[in-house]
Design a protein around this ligand. Sequence first.
Ligand code: UD1
Ligand code: M6R
Length: 353
Amino acid sequence: HKGNHEHYMQKEIHEQPESLTTTMRGRLIRGGTCKAKTVLLGGLKDHLKTIRRSWRIVFIGCGTSYNAALAARPILEKLSGILVTMEIASDLLDRQGPMYREDTAVFVSQSGETADTLHALEYALQNAALCVGITNTVGSAIARKTHCGVHINAGAEIGVASTKAYTSQIVVMAMLALAIGGDAISNQARREAIIDCLFDLPNKVRDMLKLDQEMKDLAKLLIAEQSLLMFGRGYNYATALERSLKVKEVALMHSEGILAGEMKHGPLALVDESLPIVVIATRDACFSKQQSVIQQLHARKGRLIVMCSSGDATAVSRQKYSGSAKTWHKGSLKCQKLQKVHLSATFQKKWIT
Ligand code: UD1
Ligand code: M6R
């Protein structure tokens, strides 16, 4: 039941602190007598050795599930040292792309029933790859046909737009990376930092959700727009793609997620005083590069909405808003001149860093 919420998507967005906790329950272990921090994925424990011997790990999915895998890829690459590639299920099938028995193919699907992903699974089975599922729906076709896997345990997702499944999928793939990476001494500090961040994640999401009203206010400013660009890089390239998918699907507005590193190779031509652009600039390895992207966009008088980590409002805005820019809530909500206002909102956003 959707309770006090207007629709299921809203309910599911607000459920994330609980769904993320359930995803990690019994799998991420900290403290106890030995104070060790470990990961236990029951569905994979008998297969980890085979996965570690793989020639590559290939993530396969569609839409949001693909984006979740893209967000998790850097952690898996770093912790496992194994080549990690990405396939959109329909494209793999269109190309009849290479798939070998030395591959581990990881199928990511909330429903576990998506036809393209299921067909790609059948293709990988025919090619004798080890097939691993990351699914939300127990008993679904993909959960049944994969050799092994992990249920994300996010609870039923009823809204058509995938929301809480996305964050639980990323968390499961981060745990998968920890499990495959094993306890190599060289990774110890990074492993412990990731585990601590995962434990902290539900609280961070709870804090994020307190910005709900501010986000609704911002949405009112943008609803009449034709288009919305999202710039991200590193982990947040996937965030940019996923957000633009949501804007298309839910707001029925054109939106494009752009890898910020590609900005000067074409997309910069689109930047002007009217097109709103969201830039994700959280405190991760790409922060300083994103600061320079913001400066370049500002030099072109881009209409920016910067999403940054807590406390970084100055670090992402000092140079750029000294001119005629107004803050979005000061400038437009009160006077309602939506089209004329130069947006420069800065939000506090935390992500897995
Ligand atoms: C399992 C139980 C859980 C119980 C726990 C206790 C189920 C569904 N889960 O959770 O209720 O509390 O043991 O130890 O009974 N699988 C696939 N493909 C997929 C997803 C999963 O083959 O896409 C397989 C797994 O390899 C595993 C089984 O399904 O054999 C259950 O997976 P999962 O629910 O993730 O395992 P546990 O977390 O151990
Ligand atoms: O159930 P699946 O995760 O396999 O679905 C894949 C996509 O169809 C799905 O994520 C779609 O992109 C969402 N509706 C987006 O919100």
